[in-house]
Write a protein that binds this ligand. Structure first.
Ligand code: PMP
Length: 405
């Protein structure tokens, strides 16, 4: 045994911290019965942002239209294809009124692939990666797998970024900060004033350090915004940003891997050129993180599709009203497809186990570094949510009766 606690030589010692950081999610899967029961029609699955229904109209047609080879190299190796890059650049121009160069857009296997490529391209061993807490539960694993050191900074009570805490967390070793808006799990969309102040703070700290601090703006939920609000991208405020995006959320098809990584036009051109090469190499050395040829051919059509966001908002509102009537304390998410209510008992894992005993699965907040809350994914059909609500109410009543309230 050595100082990592590893007593065997089965796999690399460097996997140990990754395992440790992944353990809460694995524990949830192992102990809750989630994996064995997944798909059981008697159970209601609201733990993960998975699809429950067939994809939006046009999705299958867009892919099917590309199946038949139209040339001898139809299925040749594909890095980021020019038409896919151009389609994303054109889409960003319409959407964000910004002129991205097609060559500054890498086509990736979802946001996962974009994040992996970005982190491999940016992180040297020992570099610190600032992660706003509660985070998506893979940022730290992915940083650790690349020799990075996660540094957690808790968000404020209202789930906005805590700029003073971020400033205090920056050291000479800080290489990047991950900002995820709309945020999984809090549902928060960070306001322009916060993003502007964050950018000023990062500029200043980069100057002081004599080394650029990058911002990864992880935006897979950027098109899932409620109440007709607009989406201020963190990358619009800070030039040294890398945007990571996935079609897996807006189309609810995460098993079909496609997304992109984009460098904003405000980034110095020489830096963009150098980074583009590093990102492409990072995609290769991580195991060819380019989407399959067919998904790249289909991208221009896929980019125009979406799940029904109004329908998604109706689900959010249905749950918000019902849960609040039942006595739950639930903040209103501005985007994503997650709710993050307070657990009515302190131990969120125990609370989730009580729901699971009634065949209702949600995710304990402790898995997302926010113990005392639980996460509901509302990607399920309305009928599933209608069945879930009385169970939430029943468990709340039971807990109130137990505490004599
Ligand atoms: N970032 C965040 C914040 C996410 O929630 C997810 C998926 N849950 C990803 C990245 C990865 O997205 P994908 O699997 O579509 O690549």
């Amino acid at each position: 045994m050595d100082d990592t606690g590893v007593t065997h030589d089965y796999y690399a010692k460097s996997m140990e911290p990754v395992r440790a950081s992944h353990a809460p999610l694995m524990k949830f899967f192992a102990n809750s019965g989630y994996l064995e029961r997944f798909g059981d029609p008697d159970c209601l699955f609201l733990a993960m942002g998975d699809p429950h229904e067939i994809p939006p109209p046009g999705y299958v047609e867009a892919i099917a239209a590309e199946l038949e080879p139209r040339s001898g190299n139809w299925f040749a190796y594909k890095t980021s294809t020019r038409p896919a890059r151009e389609a994303v650049a054109a889409s960003l121009k319409d959407w964000r009124a910004m002129e991205f160069r097609p060559e500054d857009i890498a086509i990736t296997t979802g946001a996962f692939g974009a994040l992996a490529a970005a982190m491999t391209a940016l992180i040297d061993p020992g570099d610190e990666v600032i992660i706003n807490q509660p985070p998506w539960f893979n940022y730290d694993n992915m940083a650790l797998a690349r020799g990075g050191v996660p540094v957690y900074v808790r968000v404020k009570e209202d789930f906005d970024l805590d700029l003073d805490a971020i400033e205090a967390a920056i050291t000479a070793k800080t290489r990047l900060i991950i900002v995820n808006s709309p945020n999984n799990p809090t549902g928060r969309v960070y306001p322009p004033a916060t993003l502007k102040a964050l950018a000023a703070l990062l500029e200043e700290a980069s100057k002081r350090n004599g080394r650029t601090i990058y911002q990864i703006s992880d935006e897979p939920y950027a098109r899932l915004i409620f109440d007709g609000k607009s989406f201020p991208s963190p990358a619009s405020f800070y030039p040294n940003s890398l945007i990571t995006y996935s079609y897996g959320k807006v189309l609810l098809t995460p098993g079909q891997r496609i997304g992109w990584l984009a460098l904003p036009p405000a980034m110095e051109e020489a830096r963009r050129n150098a980074l583009n090469e590093a990102i492409m190499l990072a995609q290769i050395v991580n195991g060819f993180l380019f989407p399959n040829a067919i998904m790249q051919y289909a991208l221009p059509a896929l980019d125009k599709l979406s799940i029904d966001v109004e329908g998604l908002q109706a689900k959010r509102d249905f749950l918000l009203t019902g849960l609040r009537e039942a006595g739950y304390d639930v903040p209103t998410p501005e985007g994503t497809f997650y709710l993050l209510p307070k657990s009515p008992i302190e131990d969120d894992e125990l609370f989730c186990a009580r729901l699971a005993a009634r065949n209702l699965y949600v995710l304990p907040g402790s898995v997302c570094h926010i113990p005392g809350r639980f996460r509901i994914a509302f990607t399920a059909p309305m009928e599933t949510l209608e069945k879930a609500l009385p169970i939430f109410a029943e468990v709340m009543d039971e807990i109130r009766a137990e505490s004599g309230a």
